[in-house]
Design a binder for this molecule. Sequence first.
Ligand SMILES: [Zn+2]
Length: 203
Amino acid sequence: VDVFEFSAEKDVVPTVVGQVFDTYVICQQGEKMYLIDQHAAHERKRFETLKKDYEERGVSGQILLAPIVLDVDSSEMRVVCDNKEKLSELGFEMEEFGKNSVLIRQSPLIADEEEIKSLAVEVIDILSDARPSGLLSFEERILDTISCKYAIKANKKLSNIEMEVLIKDVLELEKTGISTCPHGRPTFIKFSKYEIEKMFKRV
Ligand SMILES: [Zn+2]
């Protein structure tokens, strides 16, 4: 009986309360209130998805309609040439194009040219210094860099459906014990009804 009540309590359907400062989403689930950082939460979700793809079959890239020319210096060129296989596992196809540039034919992110270029530069930079940093391996640093660019930004108004999807993702990740972004910052802060009542000295 206890186990049933526990899981029944956990699976109360969450409701969207709204968004504050165009950055935080508030949701109620039973006797709990979640204050969610929309960027951090979405970044973590993207990161988990990309990491799973990477481990199973590599990140799938999108072939660009028009290849992008990226100017590089000689050490960046070396990193690209030495890491073609790794880059392809991460969703990039790049090749030498003349002495001082590379051609980006495929990218893990659909975005405008400038955004793809800046992602490529960051990825090349991480590959040139392939060491773990903080909580993350260098592959995870790259996957997080991609996820961060993918993710909903702060200061963006969300529709109800976008909030519902985000909340669903947050609650699913919480069940697997994940409550932070890849760098360890919280993706949500949870308040119980009791805690809130205590703050207002009702209990
Ligand atoms: Zn980010």
